[in-house]
Design a protein around this ligand. Structure first.
Ligand code: NI
Length: 175
């Protein structure tokens, strides 16, 4: 297990389209799963995509129960993830990104999504997610296509630094 350097916005890999992984059990890619999970947790992240650690592969890891208050260390990894919206409901929520340090912004995302892909053993996975987990998944799958949350923001006026945004909200302002 190794902690990997996280690329920051401006590195071309973050804007490249990642390629599917034929065999998740191939030792050349399998080692990325524990390395990415360790890197995500060490950075206090709730999701990480392979391009963020300079691998142009369709692999994401995430903490499904992040911010729900449950005491759990559950983390998941999925190769070749594919998302479909379940319903038309969209909501605005705050996002940040380990590749865009300190900034946050409001991003519209589908409330519910269906997810398919391959787990690290190469088994097909089908899953539904909603709320914050659905948001994480949409954010991470975007990374596989060279898209960052800034590209999805409806109003750039909501972009800012965490403490300043928190202060603005305490004063009754809206983001
Ligand atoms: Ni990100």
């Amino acid at each position: 297990m190794a902690l990997l350097p996280i690329l920051r916005l401006g590195h071309p890999t973050l804007r490249a389209k990642a390629r599917p992984v034929a065999d998740p059990t191939d030792p050349a890619v399998a080692q990325l799963v524990p390395d990415m999970l360790a890197t995500m947790l060490a950075a206090n992240g709730v999701g990480l995509a392979a391009p963020q650690v300079d691998h142009r592969l369709r692999l994401i890891v995430w903490k499904p129960l992040a911010l729900r208050g449950e005491a759990t260390d559950e983390v998941l990894a999925l190769f070749n993830p594919a998302l479909v919206p379940l319903g038309d409901a969209v909501e605005l929520g705050v996002e940040g990104c380990l590749s865009i340090p300190e900034l946050r912004g409001l991003v519209p995302r589908y409330v519910r999504v269906g997810l398919t892909g391959l787990d690290p053993e190469g088994r097909r996975v089908e899953r539904e997610a909603s709320g914050f987990e659905a948001r994480i998944l949409q954010h991470e799958v975007d990374h596989l296509d060279g898209v960052v949350y800034l590209d999805r923001m409806a109003d750039m006026a909501s972009l800012g630094y965490g403490p300043e945004l928190d202060a603005a909200m305490r004063e009754g302002g809206t983001l």
